[in-house]
Design a binder for this molecule. Structure first.
Ligand code: GLC
Length: 735
């Protein structure tokens, strides 16, 4: 590596400037190029893709990063080419979608969010970083911070639900987990706040579709999690694929250069999403690839993931004066700064320790942490007559449903290097408790070997297993039905127009119910589903999402009461797909319920409310809320306190939620907004006082010009066990 310097540059900025001053235009542009690795593709492969050329470019110092190259052997091999064969020996940064685990699979992100436990979420990200960094990865394309109100969109699986405050807290926890306290530590990896921005609001819930929202929605509901990520030193940000109000995000100067880089003073770098620079032409926003490259670099997109636009078109644009080299320099500085902060220049092979790889990935067990994450993610949606927990001496349990025996779907769609079919299945988890189980599949769920790149074909017709399921259910005391989605039915490019139980599962459920009403429904899914029939008939329902490696063990422990469920929904469950977008933090309208017998905002064929609301989740015990108090503090802040008592017979953990309503404001505010939550574990009859602090940050809002404002007036203060279970109310008068 030949990095000469006039004097000993001390600070990272000095080192960056010193290196930049030695770079040719080709080498500068090289830093802005990210190639996909040579096997896994997480997007459409462009025709320019050519493995031999990629190696050649690395050797010429014309590549800054690669994604989907992992394993110390492969990473070292590529890094050695970059560092020893290119003129300046600038190390590559290796990125990968380590979304909810690298080898140990944690619950999918929407499930993690259901735990509302930021320590557990941070821990999972920390372990993901420990495993990924042992395999050569130093950058993850996570956390995904796309708020969404539309469960038709498959990527709700990857986010933290419908609320900006919860999503922001989850994002902060994940960034801390991935990046640690020192980015240069060998077990820290750079995080990436994605997808910037608005990707979760696609029209009709169809992935990659157009996004058209008001600036009030953009500033108050979509941007806050990204602002929180930037305020918590996220190293990188990824463009979203979508058009936002007429301008594609990858070329959106207002969004990237003005808000992110100028107003928020973001110092890291922005990577495009897969091919999204080239897609500026497809959107109809760029004439061709060269025009796309110009728009993207001007808008503030620093690195080009797999569109070859920067590789092929930036140099002529600089040479013919279309774009100033200073734009290239700014992007290069940002990328080099992160590489210096990661310590890649001090030791380009720090992530290539094959002994550490073996020790971490093959001799370190994170099952305990994976189990804890899974347990806390489970949401008890319904439990009539306390059917749950089951007695450990329960006789004759029928277990019905293909997902009960599925070791693969719990691993989820974004599985990095988690081994296929490596999860503990429901059957395996139950077997640790009882042998009084008869399992029947009842119905095949998917009829083709699932895979990220294949569309999963769902069994819509084959009911040949129904008779056996009915026969077994008839002679069983209780029926545990495990129904839901194959893990490749949610995630990227997996939007669904009908979000009911896929295939013949609903019919199977009703056929079993006809002979035995004692049903515990275990849902395994990557998004909220519309299950109105189950909600009306089935006595007990557990939402278990896709819980990762320890799925079956967690489900069994909750089923038999060794763990008291504590999860709360991060996203509303609609009664019907016709209600979407459906979210708790809606506006009142001028004709809310009660306004008039006929003329009010409602449907004539269904209730307005969700089947299960944001923040909903039951326990095997009960809690009472009392003593709400608001205490103004000297510094203009307010302390909100209340008492929570365990009024049941089991130890339990509750998640009290604080909501506010700015009753009258210059921009109409939602009927309630989450502004605080905590977790409290109580023994029977034990009480604790919980405390929240409200500051301007929680009481204010953004106007359509992006100005943050706090307006005097009355605020309703609400504390509850769910957005639809407000148990304490009071009024705060802001002077
Ligand atoms: C995908 C996803 C993005 C991911 C990237 C790299 O298309 O949109 O979330 O990080 O490509 O795999």
């Amino acid at each position: 590596m030949t990095i000469a310097c006039s004097h000993n540059p001390n600070t990272i900025d000095e080192k960056v400037d010193n290196l930049l001053s030695q770079m040719t235009l080709d080498e500068k542009i090289g830093q802005l190029v990210q190639y996909n690795g040579f096997w896994d593709a997480t997007g459409p492969i462009p025709q320019e893709s050519n493995t031999k050329k990629k190696y050649e470019d690395v050797k010429q110092g014309l590549v800054g990063s690669v994604l989907n190259v992992y394993g110390t052997a492969q990473v070292r091999k590529l890094q050695e080419i970059a560092v020893t064969q290119s003129r300046l020996g600038i190390p590559l940064i290796f990125g990968m979608d380590v979304i909810h685990g690298y080898k140990t699979a944690f619950p999918v992100p929407i499930a993690e969010a259901a735990s509302w436990n930021m320590q557990t979420i941070e821990q999972a990200a920390r372990i993901s970083a420990i495993e990924a960094s042992a395999a050569g990865i130093n950058w993850t394309f996570a956390p995904m911070l796309d708020v969404s109100r539309d469960p038709r969109w498959g990527r709700v699986m990857e986010g933290a639900g419908e609320d900006p405050y919860l999503t922001a807290q989850v994002g902060i926890a994940k960034i801390k987990g991935f990046q640690g306290t020192d980015l240069s530590h060998e077990q820290s990896i750079a995080a990436c706040a994605k997808h910037f921005a608005g990707y979760g609001f696609p029209i009709a819930g169809r992935d990659y579709n157009t996004v058209d929202v008001s600036m009030v929605t953009l500033y108050n509901d979509i941007l806050p999690p990204f602002k929180a990520a930037v305020d918590n030193n996220v190293a990188t940000v990824m463009n979203a694929f979508n058009v936002l109000n007429g301008v594609p995000c990858t070329g959106n100067t207002m969004l990237v250069r003005n808000i992110l880089k100028h107003t928020w003073n973001f110092k890291g770098f922005v990577v495009s999403d897969w091919g999204s620079i080239m897609e500026l032409a497809t959107h109809g926003y760029a004439r061709d690839r060269a025009h796309a490259a110009q728009i993207a670099i001007e808008a503030g997109c620093d690195m080009d993931m797999e569109s070859y636009a920067y590789r092929n078109d930036l140099k002529p644009l600089v040479e013919n004066g279309t774009i100033p080299e200073s734009l290239i320099d700014d992007a290069v500085r940002r990328i080099l700064r992160i590489k210096f902060e990661l310590g890649l220049f001090d030791n380009p092979y720090k992530y290539c320790d094959s002994v550490r790889e073996k020790t971490i990935l093959h001799a370190t067990d994170f099952s305990k942490e994976a189990l804890q994450s899974a347990l806390e993610a489970i949401v008890l949606l319904k439990n009539d007559n306390s059917l749950l927990p089951l007695s450990k001496n329960q006789k004759h349990i029928a277990v019905i449903g293909a997902l009960a025996n599925d070791k693969d779907s719990p691993i989820g769609n974004w599985r990095a290097q988690a081994l296929p079919s490596s999860a503990v299945s429901v059957l395996e988890g139950l077997a640790k408790y009882t042998s009084n189980i008869t399992y029947v599949q009842g119905a095949v769920l998917n009829t083709n070997p699932a895979g990220f790149t294949h569309k999963v074909s769902i069994n819509e017709t084959d009911k040949s297993g129904f008779a056996e399921a009915i026969a077994v259910a008839k002679k069983s005391e209780v029926v545990v039905m495990v129904l839901g989605e194959n893990c490749f039915q949610s995630g990227e490019a997996r939007s669904r127009s009908d979000i009911g139980l896929p295939g013949v599962q609903q019919e199977l459920l009703e056929a079993v119910y006809a002979v035995n009403k004692n049903i515990v429904l275990i849902l395994m899914n990557g998004r909220p589903l519309t299950i109105p029939w189950a909600g009306a008939h089935v006595p007990a329902i557990l939402e278990t999402w896709q819980l990762g490696s320890q799925s079956g063990n967690a489900i069994a422990q909750v089923l038999f009461g060794d763990f008291n469920p504590q999860g709360k929904l991060p996203m509303s469950f609609p009664r019907s797909v016709g209600q979407i977008p459906l979210y708790y933090n809606h506006l009142n309208t001028g004709r809310p319920a009660g306004f008039n017998r006929v003329f009010w905002s409602h449907y004539t064929d269904i209730e307005n409310t969700p089947l299960y609301s944001f923040g909903h989740g039951l326990s095997y015990t009960t809690f009472a809320y009392s003593n709400l108090e608001i205490t103004p503090k000297k510094n203009g802040e307010y302390t909100i306190t209340a008492r929570i008592t365990n009024t049941g017979t089991r130890v339990g953990t509750e998640t009290p939620q604080l909501y506010i309503r700015d009753i009258v404001a210059s921009v109409v505010r939602p009927v309630k907004e989450l502004k605080g939550f905590t977790k409290v574990t109580l023994k029977p009859n034990e009480s604790k006082t919980i405390e929240f602090v409200l500051t301007d940050a929680e009481l204010g809002f953004y106007t359509e010009t992006g100005a943050f404002t706090v307006e005097p007036g009355e605020f309703e203060i609400m504390i509850g066990s769910g957005s639809d279970a407000i148990l304490l109310r009071s009024i705060l008068v802001l002077k």
